[in-house]
Unconditional design. Structure first.
Length: 224
């Protein structure tokens, strides 16, 4: 699945490898950058970063951070991701299982990264299985990720969606079918426009409810 045989993507300090037990691959992020991941947990974080309106761009395997352990021995630690935000601040991100993150070696790495970020006015974030997307939220992110591109936007359907969502709440499927008739568009054309609007937070839903089972789209105030 990796697709990168020799060199890592541009600006990545290393190419990721699977240990035979983890999911390893690449995606193209919202800025058009090729980004690596080496676990499903990392992939779930990338979904959240890609949907976040305050994230402008992100890079996998950024430059290593030098540090010394308590004995004075030199080491280098490479965070999983570097993120550029729309307000121009920068953050570094690491994904680790809770049990692993509590080992002395990793605690030294995290402390070094936090200090590195503090000195530059950046932020450092450690993500574990308790803070990453899970369950229905993760399933919804995976389902909607492919509908990010602007080709799924339709201004006529968008206006009809916003008008429909000012009335009583309706579940997704009946709403798609009624708007299909109203807009004289195929149901799939209406559905993909819905998915695009949901991904970009132009309409809302409870992300803890499965999209294709019981999601109820809703109008977001001041949007549209």
């Amino acid at each position: 699945m990796m697709g990168l045989k020799r060199k890592p993507p541009a600006d990545n300090s290393r190419r990721v490898h699977s240990n035979g037990q983890t999911l390893c691959g690449v995606v193209t992020n919202k800025a058009g950058r090729t980004v690596q991941f080496e676990s499903f947990a990392e992939r779930s974080l990338l979904l959240r970063l890609d949907r976040s309106a305050d994230v402008q761009d992100y890079l996998s395997q950024p430059d290593p951070i030098p540090y010394r352990d308590p004995s004075g021995k030199s080491h280098h630690y490479t965070p999983d991701f570097k993120v550029w935000h729309t307000d121009e601040h920068i953050s570094l991100h690491e994904v680790a299982l809770t049990l692993r993150s509590e080992t002395p070696q990793l605690q030294q790495r995290h402390a070094a990264a936090a200090q590195f970020c503090h000195e530059r006015g950046w932020q450092y974030h450690l993500h574990t299985e308790t803070t990453l997307p899970q369950g229905s939220e993760l399933a919804n992110l995976l389902a909607l990720w492919g509908y990010r591109p602007s080709r799924y936007a339709d201004p006529v359907i968008r206006r009809a969606v916003f008008t429909a969502l000012t009335t009583d709440e309706q579940r997704l499927y009946p709403l798609v079918m009624s708007l299909s008739a109203e807009c004289e568009a195929a149901p799939v054309q209406v559905a993909v426009c819905f998915y695009h609007l949901l991904w970009h937070d132009q309409i809302g839903m409870d992300w803890q409810r499965l999209l294709f089972q019981d999601a109820v789209p809703k109008r977001i105030p001041d949007c549209g």
